[in-house]
Design a protein around this ligand. Structure first.
Ligand code: S3P
Length: 413
């Protein structure tokens, strides 16, 4: 994608449905009894993988991709069928890790596979606790996909302290606990997103009856526009109906602390999740040191925060973010390599980044490493650079945000 920068953003948008909530809604709707209707569901490459996996296991679903509605005729907790082939999770870590939590409780064997990026991501983080629960689950070299699962005689609840901040690991354990005897307790030292907990409560924990769900807009997608409007002079935009669950709003706190101009209004709650409208306008921003306790609340937003920092006055320090190395690509290295091509003053730390902001960067040809969030972060950086930049392999954006470039076009003045 070629991007000609230095324009202004004005107008009102909606970002697509939240990716994390969409995955969970498909999973819980599939094992609930009766009809679940998911409105404003994200239909992207990642969530379509989850949908296809459950179809493979005999769950009847109808997609309306014009209205972004998914109707699921749920099979009930014990109603999934043995899949005829390996379940392909594509690029989606959430699909693989959460689905494993459900599959260990089934009376059939299954295999989970993924693309090249997912095949290099650590799965021992779920294999270890699920094995402690009595699951029969194995990975390649005890660590990587493919994952193979055999039925277990009995799953039992566990008390488990998460060794890393991971909502996917927490969720895999909580989903396995649906099929376990006794209590399960997951202890997290650092906050991670709590959508699984909220949705389990909404579905009625033990009863699991089908529900109607409205998926709030994805704050991780909104983050690109929050930063874009903040750094692009003269901009002012509104993003309607965004999920503002406090485990996800670290980006708003950080941009405000940098001096950003953000307001949230029209706050209400929908199927146990808070939602609101966000107003952002251009403001000169300053570098800050991010608090270590905020990292779990903005882990997916660090690439776009790095872009904000590159245009801020002064220095931004991000530490305690080692988890970035285990995402779709090593996001620390990717941002350093590519932002340097744009002339940014950015250095890698073993667990984060140091960025010294500059007024102007220069156009460049940059790589995405097939990582959707790197692609979108670099696109926003290019939008604020005079001249033509090129984002190579930008189609990976479809993993979480089909329509990203159309939304930008609609806002350009
Ligand atoms: C997610 C949790 C996070 C996040 C990912 C989605 C989820 O991953 O980075 O994009 O939906 O639970 P980790 O659990 O690996 O931190």
């Amino acid at each position: 994608m070629k991007i000609e920068g230095k324009k202004t953003l004005k107008g009102e948008i909606k970002t697509p449905g939240d990716k994390s909530i969409s995955h969970r809604a498909v999973m819980l709707g599939s094992i609930a009894k009766g009809e679940t209707i998911i409105k404003n569901i994200l239909l992207s490459e990642d969530t379509l993988r989850t949908i296809e996996c459950f179809r493979e296991m005999g769950v009847d679903m109808v997609i309306d991709d014009k209205e972004n509605i998914l109707k699921i005729n749920g099979n009930g907790i014990h109603g999934l069928k043995k899949p005829f082939k390996p379940l392909d999770c594509g690029n989606s870590g959430t699909t693989m890790r959460l689905l494993a939590g459900i599959l260990v409780g089934q009376n059939f064997s299954s295999t989970l596979i993924g693309d090249i990026s997912l095949s290099k991501r650590p799965m021992d983080r779920i294999i270890i606790p699920l094995t402690k629960m009595g699951a029969n689950i194995k990975g390649y070299n005890d660590k990587y996909p493919p994952i193979s699962i055999e039925p277990s005689n009995e799953l039992r609840g566990i008390k488990y302290e998460l060794p890393m901040a991971s909502a996917q690991v927490k969720s895999a354990i909580l989903l396995a606990s649906i099929y376990s005897k006794g209590e399960t307790k997951v202890i997290e030292k650092k906050i991670t997103r709590d959508h699984t907990e909220k949705m389990l409560e909404y579905f009625g924990k033990d009863k699991f009856m089908g529900k109607e769900i409205y998926v709030p807009g994805d704050i991780s997608s909104a983050a690109f526009f929050i930063v874009a409007a903040t750094i692009m002079e003269g901009s002012s935009i509104t993003i309607k109906d965004v999920g503002i669950n406090s485990t996800r709003t670290g980006i708003i706190d950080v941009i405000k602390a940098m001096g950003g101009n953000i307001k949230i209004d029209n706050v209400r709650s929908i199927n146990n999740e808070p939602i609101g409208d966000i107003y952002i306008s251009y403001a000169p921003i300053k570098g800050i040191e991010l608090d270590k306790n905020i990292i779990g609340r903005l882990i997916d937003e660090i690439p776009i925060i790095a872009v904000a920092a590159a245009f801020a006055e002064g220095t931004t320090v991000i530490k305690n973010a080692e988890e970035l190395k285990y995402k779709e690509t090593d996001r620390i290295q990717a941002m350093v390599n590519e932002m340097k091509k744009m002339g940014a003053d950015i250095e890698a730390l073993p667990d984060g980044l140091i960025i010294h902001g500059k007024k102007e960067l220069s156009p460049a040809i940059v790589n995405t490493y097939g990582d959707h969030r790197i692609a979108m972060a670099l696109s926003i950086a290019s939008l604020n650079i005079k001249g033509m930049s090129k984002i190579q392999n930008s189609q990976c954006i479809n993993i979480s945000y089909p329509g990203f470039y159309e939304t930008i076009l609609g806002l350009l003045e």
